[in-house]
Design a protein around this ligand. Sequence first.
Ligand code: ATP
Ligand code: MG
Length: 137
Amino acid sequence: IERTISIVKPDAVGKNVIGKIYDRFESNGLKIVAAKMKHLTRDEAEGFYAIHKERPFFGELVEFMMSGPVMIQVLEGENAVAKNREIMGVTNPINADVGTIRKDFADSMSENAVHGSDSLENAQIEINYFFQPEEIF
Ligand code: ATP
Ligand code: MG
C-alpha cells in the first residue's frame, strides 16, 4: 500500500470541481487519508516546486499556484503513485486520455487542474512538506 500527494490546483478549485475530482480518486480505489485547503505563500509554492526552479516556466508556475486556494490531499491505495498519475492524465490536457482529470477539467499545460507526486520517494517528501504525521488518517 502506497501513499501519494495530490493537489487540486487553483484553476480547478475556482471551477468548483473539487468534489468531481475527489470522486475520480474514490472510484478508482484511492482513499483520501488527509486533506487541507490552503492558499500557498510564495515561499510555500517555490519550495514545493524547487525541483523545477531552473525551468523556464518556473515563475509562471509559482504565480499560478499562488493565484488562489488549493486543496491538498494524501491518497492511499495499491500503487497509489502510478494510479494517481494515470487518473490525472499527462501534463498537457490536449494530449491527455479521454476520461482523465486533465482531459475533463484542465484548460492548458500551465493551468492543468491537478498535481500528483511522480515517484514514491517524491511522494514521501511532498507528504512531509504539507502534513504532520498526526494529520494523516
Ligand atoms: P505536476 O508536477 O504538477 O503533477 P507534471 O508532473 O505532469 O505535473 P511537471 O513536468 O512536473 O509536470 O511540471 C510541473 C508543472 O509545471 C505542470 O503540471 C505544469 O503546470 C507546469 N508546466 C510544465 N511544463 C510546462 C510548460 N512547458 N509550460 C508551462 N507550464 C508548464
Ligand atoms: Mg511533476
